[in-house]
Structures are given as C-alpha cells and as structure tokens.
Design a protein around this ligand. Structure first.
Ligand SMILES: [Zn+2]
Ligand SMILES: [Zn+2]
Length: 106
C-alpha cells in the first residue's frame, strides 16, 4: 500500500487571464505565472498543487534577489495574500528589472 501524499507538479499550457497570452508548458518545472505580464493566479497552497480555492489574480508587486535567483513577489487582488514565485527562464526580463526597482512593501 502506498498512500503517501505525492507532490505533483502540474505543468500545462494555459491562457493568461490577465493579458490573454497563450502560455506554453515550461518543461523543467511547473509554470506558475505568465512570462509576458508575470501575473499569476492564486490557486496554489504549495507550488503547483492547485489546492487553493481563492482563484484571485496575483499581481507582481516587486522582485527579490536570492543568491543568483529572482523571486517575483505577488499580492493577490482578491484576498490580499502575499506570495513569492521563482522567475522562469523565459520571463520578460525587462519587466523583472522594472519590478526590481520597486522597493517591496511588506
Ligand atoms: Zn499574462
Ligand atoms: Zn487570494
């Protein structure tokens, strides 16, 4: 018997609800935001689990540098929760750089 809860990454194409961009699967990890406008949806508790029922739009509000990695800081338009997602390799770098100029308000 194997009833260990499995951590499932869902990597699937989707239409961005914010800008309408057709987002392709990322391939190396679960895509969790749109590479064009960087918006995401509040659907995860843990990255990729789609277990959160809020469903609000996560707007990027800033960027944090962690070692050599960018983390996009989001605020949910519906519930106000703050979340962080790793930037993906094909994210719009210009947007990330513009966001990184914003001090993140906590
Ligand atoms: Zn988008
Ligand atoms: Zn929310």
């Amino acid at each position: 018997m194997d009833d260990t809860p499995r951590f499932v990454m869902i990597d699937e194409p989707f239409l961005c609800r914010v800008c309408g961009f057709e987002v392709k699967p990322l391939g190396y990890t679960a895509r969790d935001h749109c590479p064009r406008c960087l918006c995401s949806l509040h659907v995860d508790n843990m990255p990729g689990d789609r277990a959160n029922e809020c469903g609000g739009v996560l707007r990027p509000v800033g960027v944090e540098m962690q070692r050599d990695e960018y983390k996009i800081v989001y605020r949910c338009e519906s519930c106000g929760e703050t979340k962080r997602n790793k930037a993906a390799s094909d994210d719009d770098m210009n947007l990330i750089i513009r966001l990184s100029a914003n001090p993140v308000r906590r």
